[in-house]
Design a protein around this ligand. Structure first.
Ligand code: URA
Length: 450
């Protein structure tokens, strides 16, 4: 058996690690018999030399086995599903999709994350609801799935401990952006949920982790192939992330937009993503025979209010007071009776008349991140009430001086430079420019399990 330095040397020199060798590396992490500098060196060797599919598959399997692997009652066989997104701006899909899937008969133990760089985190959004507790043990998760059908929680202490170590060291060694390491990190955690089916929303575009479609597709293919190799029916959607999903960005504002969507008033792009991702999962479980039937069932669950009832029950099961949950889910409610509103609002005005050609989601997200929507280091609090509402749609004709963005802020207030950056996120053009501009396609491609 090779020693850890030998394994590092083998990978450094471009070799392919055997199953036993990958296992030795991961077990050394789990047993804490490896030094951080050795793990860092191996991460850099993997970053530089890559891994073949078989190696990535073994890495993922060993990472998954480094901690608890969840198990479910027999009667849920074939019904346990989840979704993972590579991160977006205004990406509130999970808040609508989890209860919609539960309303369609699935069990959804959705394990989500916090904001990463400029992208928002589902857990931060949900924590803007007073009382919402994202910390649930494996037993509590099972109880909530039994009574409600879905929960949205943080990673438990016992799930994939090897990923916690690797993730922190990847951050410290500039090895985050490695295809095998990203694949191992994402799929090991989903594998430990013992899912029947998993759908991945892999973003490409200006505000995505991978900007170009080709590299996003490479990631999607790696995730799909390793997920299926692990026995989870895994599919992926490649979706464009140039602007924002829906009109709201910011934690409590996104909760409000999600609740409005669950009351049947959702923006088209959000509904499209929810229907496609949910439809695919229903198809992969075999609950429906084709994608269009799956899309219809998910849309009906959202528009007909069944998903809203599930969301209300999930909030209560995760610690929100019954009166607050009822108030948030009732029609024509004042959301700010429950959620905190930012102390200040200001509206940005259009500099000229024209047609809205583009709103740069990355610029919006980067400014909002600095105003408190996100955190600059792990463990910092976020300001749940800061955010922005887009008041115009792509293709809309606007006059000069029309309000196009409502900014919700507190301390720090936006600087003149930040206001000018935000203003530059808007591109106006002529009717002719709008005609020439290509039709915007949100979902570019769907990858199904092999
Ligand atoms: N999300 C994860 O959990 N891991 C990664 O490596 C990237 C995104």
């Amino acid at each position: 058996m090779l020693s850890i330095p030998d394994l590092i040397k083998k990978k450094r020199d471009g070799g392919t690690l055997s199953d036993e060798e990958v296992k030795t590396f991961i077990q050394a992490i789990t047993n804490q018999t490896i030094q951080d500098c050795q793990t860092g060196a191996m991460l850099m060797a993997i970053w530089q030399k890559g891994m073949v599919v078989k190696e990535t598959q073994t890495l993922t399997r060993e990472m998954m086995s480094s901690g608890e692997v969840m198990s479910w009652p027999e009667e849920w066989a074939g019904l346990v599903v989840d979704k993972h997104s590579t991160g977006g701006v205004g990406d509130k899909v999970s808040l609508v999709l989890a209860p919609a899937l539960a309303a369609c008969g699935c069990k959804v133990p959705m394990i989500s994350g916090r904001g990463l760089a400029h992208t928002g985190g589902t857990l931060d959004k949900l924590e803007s609801i007073p009382g919402f507790n994202i910390h649930q043990s494996a037993e509590q998760i099972q109880r909530i799935l039994g009574s409600v059908g879905c929960c949205i929680v943080g990673q438990t202490e016992t799930l994939v401990p090897a990923d916690r170590v690797l993730y922190a060291l990847r951050d410290a060694t500039s090895t985050v952006d490695s295809l095998p390491l990203i694949t191992g990190s994402i799929i090991s955690k989903k594998g430990a949920e013992s899912l029947t089916a998993l759908v991945l929303d892999v973003k490409f575009g200006r505000a995505a982790l991978y900007k170009d479609l080709e590299s996003a597709k490479e990631l999607a293919q790696s995730l799909v192939s390793v997920g299926n190799g692990l026995g989870v029916r895994t599919g992926a959607v490649l979706s464009c992330m140039d602007g924002t999903i829906g009109r709201c960005v910011g934690n409590s504002l996104e909760v409000i937009e999600s609740l409005e969507t669950l009351k049947g008033n959702g923006p088209r792009d959000l509904m499209e993503l929810v229907a496609t991702l949910g439809g695919l999962l229903l198809k992969m479980t075999g609950l429906v025979s084709d994608l269009s039937e799956g899309r219809k069932q998910i849309s009906d669950a959202v528009i007909g209010g069944a998903a809203l009832s599930k969301f209300q029950a999930m909030m209560e099961a995760q610690g929100v007071a019954a009166e607050a949950a009822r108030s948030l889910c009732s029609t024509r409610t004042d959301y700010y009776r429950v959620l905190r509103k930012a102390e200040h609002q200001t509206e940005l005005k259009t500099p000229a008349e024209g047609v809205v050609l583009d709103v740069d989601g990355l610029v919006l997200a980067e400014v909002l991140h600095k105003l408190g929507v996100g955190r600059s280091k792990a463990g910092e609090p976020v300001n749940h009430s800061v955010g922005a509402e887009l008041l115009v749609s792509l293709g809309q004709r606007v006059g000069k001086g029309a309000s196009w963005l409502r900014l919700h802020y507190e301390d720090p207030a936006p600087s003149p430079d930040q206001m000018s950056k935000l203003q530059k996120a808007l591109t106006l053009g002529t009717d002719r420019d709008a005609q020439i501009q290509q039709e915007h396609t949100l979902v570019k491609e769907v990858l199904l399990p092999h």
